[in-house]
Design a protein around this ligand. Structure first.
Ligand code: NAD
Length: 354
């Protein structure tokens, strides 16, 4: 029997990887993808699925209560996987409004629609998985890891809006018994990531011989996970996670930003034609003014999901990054397609030299 899953933000980076994995591994699923197609949403990410009877794309806003409620009724939604968000910290600093309306207001709208649709029904086969970030926990010193019990301490408009949405999701579980699950994941990388985020930004600039902006001293540490591993973890949590609980997801791959940039330069020097004059791509590295309130270090303890649900990442960082570089190099038309004029304007306004 068909099981209808509402995926929000499925035209974005992680959402599109998730939809493809889900439809490839869950033959009984019908995925309804609700996406507003902001600058970060690209229907071309799922062009191969258009026309599939198991895939329906709905162009709309998660803040539109009437639309969202109608989707629950029309498709008898039993599972929600909620990715839709404004997701870029720099944009949240420049203009926080959309982060509050989508990340907080949109999550509220979805929770309410699920509550109204599922209220009074047996909840056994219903799941609302709220996808969140490790950034809600704030910034770590040189030691220690975020666990599921780490106190929330968000420090950017983005992370504060995600923290607020996490609190709403938990409240709907405790107050109304909505079968909510939460995941807090570290930094993802992989195919279809919009080239404002570190890895595709650097790859794109390095292939074009442009300056490679690195914030501050480049020593900020992030914990990197291949997007396919994140998507598998989400499926695992949907299958076996306990409602009301949250699960940290990460790859134990801590890297300094500068290390990542240098690694990408070296990989490109190996894989594509040298720069004019033969200079190594590391010479393009340009230190720029640090991000306001830049968190120093994130690191996830993913022990719980490993112990309780048996999930571990498949890809080492070395495997995942090599695969990612190859994907971007063989999809340069995808990169060119998303880099339209509006992105350029934003980009130029963002990265002043230090
Ligand atoms: P993304 O920016 O690539 O994609 C977001 C998607 O949401 C886009 O398709 C966009 O069009 C859609 N969207 C935005 N506002 C909407 C609205 N009001 N209504 C409907 N759709 C809307 O983001 P991503 O990197 O794929 O992240 C997905 C989720 O995962 C987010 O909730 C994010 O907080 C979380 N997350 C991301 C990372 C990461 O490293 N990228 C890590 C942990 C958690």
């Amino acid at each position: 029997m068909s099981h209808t899953v509402l995926v929000t933000g499925g035209a974005g980076f992680i959402g599109s990887n998730f939809v493809r994995l889900a439809l490839g591994t869950r033959p009984e699923w019908h995925v309804v993808n609700l996406d507003k197609l902001t600058y970060a949403g690209n229907p071309a990410n799922l062009a191969d699925l258009e026309g599939s009877p198991r895939y329906t794309f709905v162009h709309g806003d998660i803040c539109d209560g009437e639309l969202v409620h109608g989707l629950f009724q029309r498709y008898r939604i039993r599972t929600v996987v909620h990715f839709a968000a404004e997701s870029h910290v720099d944009r949240s600093i420049a203009g926080p409004d959309a982060f509050i309306s989508t990340n907080v207001g949109g999550t509220f709208t979805l929770l309410e629609a699920a509550r109204r649709a599922w209220l009074g029904e047996a909840h056994e086969d219903c799941r609302f998985l709220h996808v969140s970030t490790d950034e809600v926990f704030g910034s770590l010193g040189p030691d220690g890891f975020f666990t599921e019990t780490t106190a929330y301490a968000p420090r950017s408009p983005y992370s504060a809006s995600k923290a607020a949405s996490d609190h709403l999701a938990r409240a709907w579980f405790h107050t109304y018994g909505l079968p909510v699950l939460l995941t807090n994941c570290s930094n993802n990388y992989g195919p279809y990531q919009f080239p404002e985020k570190l890895i595709p930004l650097i790859l794109n600039n390095a292939r074009l011989g442009r300056a490679l902006p690195v914030y501050g001293d480049g020593q900020n540490v992030r914990d990197w996970l291949y997007v396919g591993d994140h998507c598998e973890a989400i499926l695992r949590v949907l299958d076996a996670g306990r409602p009301g609980e949250s699960y940290n997801i990460g790859g134990h791959n801590e890297k300094k930003n500068l290390e990542i940039v240098e690694l990408l330069c070296d990989l490109l020097d190996r894989k594509v034609a040298p720069l004019p004059g033969g200079a190594p791509r590391r010479t393009l590295i340009t230190f720029v003014r640090d991000r306001q309130g830049h968190d120093r270090r994130y690191a996830i303890d993913a022990g719980r999901i490993r112990r309780e649900l048996g999930w571990t990442p498949r890809f080492t960082f070395e495997q995942g990054i090599e695969q990612t570089v190859d994907w971007y190099l063989s999809h340069q038309s995808w990169l060119d397609g998303v880099l339209d004029g509006s992105y350029q304007k934003y980009y130029e306004g963002m990265y002043g030299r230090r």
